[in-house]
Ligand binder design. Structure first.
Ligand SMILES: [Zn+2]
Length: 187
């Protein structure tokens, strides 16, 4: 059974980005919960780091990031998906992008599949896949992707990101991006 670890970014003492009165940790959580449901219904074995604002979240930020990767490693996840929303000093900045620890890897191909699906299904600007030395990506022992769904500092995207209907739609798009990469899971 294909195992997927979902990491809803931030939570607990760390709300993440805030823009246009929308707070990142709640967007990440809502999208992650819907994604977990879709994946389970399709036959994936899913573990999710937090199902509330603060479940499992450690007070120390660096310890918490290590804990996220460690939990995925113990689970024996085949794929690690971290869900985030972005912010920028430029209100015009918009679109979906993803980060991986190394380009030219399975992580990059999975990330590209997710970003392309979100862009095609939601009409978001496709900002592509980039390299980043993020702890959750570096410490995860399986292909790992951190996706930034859009910019809370962009008024239009903040409205979308705060909408339950849009959250469900983007979760479906991420799900399709995962399935397009992994193939339909076999029990
Ligand atoms: Zn974030």
């Amino acid at each position: 059974m294909t195992k997927i670890f979902i990491d809803p970014g931030h939570g607990g003492p760390d709300p993440g980005a805030v823009g246009n009165s929308v707070t990142e940790e709640f967007v990440n959580l809502n999208v992650s919960l819907e994604l977990a449901r879709l994946l389970r219904d399709a036959g994936y074995d899913v573990m999710i780091y937090r199902t509330t604002s603060d479940e499992n979240v450690l007070a120390d930020k660096n310890a918490d990031l290590r804990n996220r990767a460690a939990m995925a490693n113990r689970f024996g996840a085949d794929y690690f998906i971290s869900i985030h929303t972005n912010s920028s000093d430029r209100p015009a900045a918009q679109g979906v992008e993803a980060y991986v620890y190394r380009l030219g890897t399975a992580s990059e191909r999975l990330a590209q599949s997710i970003v392309d699906s979100v862009s095609e299904n939601l009409g978001s600007v496709n900002r592509g896949v980039m390299q980043a030395n993020f702890a959750v990506l570096r410490r995860s022992e399986m292909p790992a992707v951190l996706v930034e769904l859009g910019y809370l500092t962009n008024a239009t995207e903040a409205l979308n990101l705060n909408s339950p209907a849009w959250q469900r739609a983007v979760a479906t798009a991420i799900f399709e991006g995962i399935v397009n990469y992994t193939g339909v899971p076999t029990p």
